[in-house]
Ligand binder design. Structure first.
Ligand code: GDP
Length: 450
């Protein structure tokens, strides 16, 4: 996701490498890469212009090198760090602040009206939200108000059956009436959340807008969420503005962020409409809905990976105490080859590998040829398994003779073993650096400052 933009920031960062001072020329040079990358990613032109101007204003004349006192000692901050920090803060400001909560209704079932163009992922996302409500212990009802496309009604029924959630549909009723009636159905079904899956069109048209306004008037939903396909870039932003003008939406759900190299909509939509992005659709299956966190996305765009997101994934997959201990250990740079392998194993359990690698900062920094596909992971595990317990705990004890033995034992070349050790050391160094970043640890869920 957002590779185009990430590449631009990486190029910009490299341009500032080794500099002792951020001059106006150096900033302009670096910002040129960023501007091109943002435009390529289909971020709206005005948004790019304002973003670049804000970064420039803050970056030029920035302190040459500062020292920050932390509990762990004095940290040195380079001009490059400063620049990246400024970009990070501005990216975060561009996409946030965010409020991913949905309004609830204390008197009657909470209404969530889903709107969006055809093909945006509205029906799928309705299912994803229902799944989320179920996990929160709520009882959702799905309403098939896209009566013009029999396939849409069918699709919602399938999703409902998959989730074990009731789906209300009825022939012969106009969508506003159908939605109104759904409130009685919800009462009967003892549902406390109603998700209205409304009709979409290929493009915005007047009859569609009128119908949506009528539904809004009929059911007074507590939330109106616009589902937008992130792949359509600037057009998504235009559509969003129009939907917002007519319906006063509460927020967005951007879908297909998993498959999009550009994803410029994520960067423009908030700035242009003033309405928050609430969730991101990250895949076709029902569990691929993430709460939107601008700081996470900003970090990912900058190529630092999304440590906070990764830690959340960790927490879902491993016992919480262990995850906290792991996080502390990893971020202190104090971990053995066993930990290294455990982390990789964990990562393998957590769904699409590529997506996770993106979140895990150091994998992005690894040299080519070390992409951690399943085959390579198996190889790493084999090499580590051929080491003694002491060697795994204290890899610095691996001298030439031991490396030769491990290579033989695992059926690999000595070079493979040495490469692995290099990666492990690089991972430790990067992790230590990240762990040292002021304020980062305190932002990790449940992880205390070391
Ligand atoms: P609707 O016409 O707006 O109701 O759209 P659908 O829910 O039918 O989705 C259209 C297509 O997009 C389907 O093939 C979905 O599986 C797919 N889709 C929806 N959300 C996502 C997402 O977050 N990522 C990916 N990769 N595909 C998605």
């Amino acid at each position: 996701m957002l590779e185009t933009v990430a590449k631009g920031f990486k190029a910009a960062r490299n341009k500032l490498k080794g500099r002792t001072e951020i001059t106006a020329d150096a900033v302009d040079d670096a910002l040129r890469d960023i501007r091109v990358a943002l435009l390529e990613a289909d971020v709206a032109f005005d948004v790019v212009k304002r973003f670049v101007a804000r970064v420039r204003e803050k970056a030029v004349g920035e302190v040459v090198e500062t020292k920050v006192k932390t509990e762990k000692g004095t940290l040195k901050v380079t001009p490059q760090d400063h620049f990246i920090k400024i970009c990070h803060d501005e990216l975060e400001a561009l996409m946030g602040p965010v409020d991913t909560s949905l309004k609830t209704n204390s008197k009657r079932p909470t209404g969530v009206m889903m709107v969006g163009l055809q093909g945006s992922g509205k029906t799928t996302t309705t299912g994803k939200l229902a799944s989320r409500f179920l996990k929160e212990g709520k009882k959702p009802l799905l309403v098939a108000a896209d009566i013009y496309r029999p396939a849409a009604v069918e699709q919602l029924k399938v999703l409902g059956a998959q989730l074990g959630v009731p789906v209300y549909s009825e022939e012969g009723l106009k969508p506003p009436e159908l939605c109104k009636k759904a409130q009685d159905v919800a009462f009967r079904e003892k549902a406390n959340v109603i998700l209205y899956d409304t009709a979409g069109r290929l493009a915005i048209d007047e009859p569609l807008m009128e119908e949506l306004e009528q539904i809004k008037a009929a059911v007074a939903p507590d939330n109106i969420l616009l589902v937008c396909d992130a792949m359509i870039g600037q057009d998504a932003v235009k559509t969003a503005s129009e939907f917002d003008r007519r319906l006063a939406i509460d927020g967005f759900i951007l879908t297909k962020l998993d498959g999009d190299a550009r994803g410029g909509a994520a960067l423009s939509i908030k700035e242009i409409t003033g309405k928050p992005i609430k969730f991101l659709g990250m895949g076709e299956s029902l569990d691929r809905l993430e709460e939107f966190r601008p700081e996470g996305l900003a970090s990912r765009i900058l190529g630092f990976g999304d440590i906070v997101g990764l830690m959340k994934d960790f927490e879902q997959h491993v016992d919480e105490d262990q995850a906290k201990k792991d996080a502390e250990k990893i971020l202190s740079g104090d971990f053995s080859l066993d930990d290294f392998v455990n982390q990789i194993r964990l990562v393998r359990k957590m769904g699409p590998l590529g997506e996770l690698m993106e979140k895990f900062p150091l994998f992005g920094e690894l040299p080519e040829g070390f992409q951690f596909d399943d085959k390579q992971l198996t190889r790493i595990v084999a090499i580590v398994d051929s080491m003694t317990r002491t060697e795994r705990q204290r890899p610095d004890t691996l001298n030439d003779a031991r490396i030769r033995r491990v290579a033989k034992g695992s059926g690999r070349d000595e070079k493979d073993v040495r490469d692995l050790l290099k990666q492990y050391n690089a991972m430790r160094a990067v992790m230590r650096q990240i762990g040292d970043a002021p304020g980062l640890l305190s932002r990790l869920p449940g992880v205390k400052q070391l």
